[in-house]
Design a protein around this ligand. Structure first.
Ligand code: ADP
Length: 591
């Protein structure tokens, strides 16, 4: 690994120079201290967008051997950094310019915090003196104050000798406890500050144990096990916190040794293969209201789980508790009781908690009652058969099912490929149709259901893993980050984008009721040729109107590893408003 001395201004010791000059101390500067502090902590990649005042930082970082991935818009770089953090457990770093660049990155920072992804947004900023007196500097903005409410922690470094502390604090804040976003403000004047190289070296901190294990209390583990043991209809619910924890073998052992049916949340798919006999995904609407004890592992009872109450959970009204008892395994002690009573909170890191639960099972752990597992299996078989029937149809034009049937086969044949997924119907159908076989291979819109993660996640997934990436995109969702196909081509990444194109948001057949010239607000240009966008930058573009054409193009994309965009033409009448979250649309509710 390069050290500070690799970058220091060399002493002027060349032949012919005076003795005084030869003894000039070695110096380093803010640029190199930032780079060295990151590298010292194993951070070898920066996602960002160069410009004043961080242009040279990107050049120098690349010269020092870091991977610098430059995007076309900071939001996409930010999403890339955040998902790199989720995949690796190390904070992903996004680097932006001041004010507008910073603000563009801020959506991703807030999204990272919401999703518990460790990320550090590093932004250059204007001079404090001018900003604080509001004298109108270039890109003037009090960035630290603006970032604070949107992240776990925010720090500003004013002196080069404090860079080591600033980076160390940012890393600890991002990955310890519940992971999240951190903002690091680096004013322009910091970068050229020159200090003695040895002092600089000593100022850097290699963070020891940045995400310390948090061992759960023995009585909390016992309480949870007692509750689980007495259940007649137990259910395990795995969330993306369980995927993040990288405790895959122990989680699998816990599920298999207890014999309890489990339900993976979207980004937890693949911790155990979706084809696992205990997977209850195909019986979701049956197991949630029926279960009597539910163990949440790294999943929150937020809107994605109907807040743990209401009809989804067997409650008689939309607000009523269904009567389940909950165990919640989570690193955050304040998560319990956020929506309904948690009868057995187990607070600690998932690795330690699951290990403790496993150790407490004992040899005499009873299998769950056979009536329960048989009922789940029966419902599952019925729904799987119904789905197989739907998938076997071959309508013209294609619909979501016939297109995703192809994607399902391709992912099955390539289980190491990473699936990125966003949209409304494109998201819902892909989540339920495409099985995942390995952990952390499905990356999607997460806790906010945010649109725009597509190309940023795809770039990061390819860069971090080296594996092929398959991005399943609604045509609307793709529009938020579509320009990053240039980034995909520039870095030659093995990304295959499949746009499920039905000519609009949700669907493409709405019309302007006034008969006026403007199109309806939710429709796009009909028969848009998105594939040409990829061709414009040297990638492969395919216009696919049949499942056979889609299959051939996807197989070729995976084989060749060339950037590919497949414009998969779907029936414009396919799709419902807001996909599965129609009920959240206030007017739709009244209908
Ligand atoms: P999902 O959307 O899949 O249901 P959430 O994002 O709602 O998942 O929940 C993830 C939960 O996992 C959060 O409450 C977070 O505190 C928790 N978590 C994240 N990392 C860990 C970890 N290493 N150990 C324990 N809990 C974790």
């Amino acid at each position: 690994m390069a050290t500070v001395t690799d970058h220091v201004a060399a002493p002027q010791a060349a032949a012919g120079q005076g003795a005084a000059e030869a003894q000039m101390p070695e110096t380093t500067d803010g640029f190199h201290l930032v780079i060295d502090a990151l590298r010292l902590n194993g951070i070898d990649t920066i996602f960002g967008l160069p410009g004043i005042p961080i242009t040279d930082l990107t050049r120098k970082a690349q010269a020092a051997g870091m991977r610098v991935v430059s995007f076309r818009h900071e939001q996409n770089a930010g999403y890339a950094a955040s998902i790199a953090g989720f995949m690796t457990g190390k904070p992903g770093v996004c680097l932006t310019v001041s004010a507008p660049g910073f603000l563009n990155g801020l959506t991703a920072l807030a999204n990272a915090t919401t999703n518990c992804f460790p990320m550090i947004l590093v932004s250059g900023s204007s001079e404090r003196e001018v900003v604080d007196l509001q004298q109108g500097d270039y890109e003037e903005m009090d960035q630290l104050a603006i970032a604070k409410p949107l992240c776990k922690a925010a720090f500003r470094v004013l002196h080069a000798e404090d860079i080591g502390v600033g980076v160390a604090r940012a890393i600890r804040a991002a990955v310890s406890g519940r992971p999240g976003g951190v903002y690091l403000d680096l004013p322009a004047r910091l970068f050229p500050q020159s200090i003695d190289a040895e002092a600089g070296r000593r100022s850097l901190i290699k963070v020891v144990d940045p995400a310390p294990r948090q061992i759960p209390a023995a009585d909390a583990v016992q309480r949870a096990l007692d509750l689980l043991r007495g259940a007649r209809k137990p259910l395990i619910l795995l969330g993306k916190g369980a995927a993040y924890a990288q405790a895959d073998a122990d989680i699998r052992a816990l599920v298999e040794r207890t014999g309890i049916p489990y339900l993976p949340m979207s980004m937890a798919k693949g911790i155990l293969p979706d084809t696992h006999p205990q997977c209850a995904s195909a019986a979701r609407s049956f197991v949630l209201p029926e279960a009597d004890v539910v163990m949440l592992v790294g999943a929150r009872l937020n809107w994605l789980l109907s807040h743990g109450k209401g009809k989804t959970w067997g409650g008689k009204s939309s607000k009523e508790w269904g009567g389940q008892k909950f165990i919640q395994v989570d690193i955050s002690p304040t998560e319990a009781d956020s929506n309904v009573r948690i009868d057995a909170p187990v607070v600690g890191d998932i690795g330690s908690c699951v290990a403790a639960l496993l150790a407490g099972l004992g040899a005499d752990w009873p299998r769950p009652p056979a009536e329960w597992t048989a009922a789940v299996a029966e419902r599952k078989a019925k729904n799987v058969a119904k789905m197989a029937e739907t998938l076997a149809k071959d309508p013209a034009p294609m619909n979501f099912h016939s297109a995703l049937n192809v994607v399902r086969d391709i992912v099955k044949a390539n289980p190491d490929a990473i699936v990125v997924n966003e949209g409304a119907n494109a998201l819902d159908f892909t989540r339920s149709i495409v099985d995942m076989y390995k952990p952390r291979k499905r990356l999607d819109v997460g806790t906010w259901g945010v649109m725009g993660i597509g190309m940023g996640f795809s770039v990061a997934a390819a860069v971090v893993s080296g594996q092929p990436v398959i991005a399943i995109e609604g045509d609307s969702a793709f529009g938020f980050s579509g320009m990053e196909v240039e980034t995909i081509c520039r870095y030659g990444l093995p990304v295959c984008v499949v746009i499920l194109n039905n000519n609009g948001v949700y669907r493409g057949d709405e019309v302007n009721p006034t008969g006026g010239r403007d199109p309806a607000p939710l429709v796009f240009v009909k028969d848009a040729r998105y594939e040409k966008l990829m061709e414009a930058f040297g990638g492969v573009g395919v216009y696919a109107t049949t499942p056979a054409a889609l299959r051939q193009a996807m197989e070729e994309a995976i084989r060749s590893r060339r950037p590919t965009l497949i414009n998969a033409i779907i029936d414009e009448k396919a799709g419902t408003e807001s996909g599965r979250i129609t009920a959240l649309n206030p007017t739709a509710k009244k209908k």
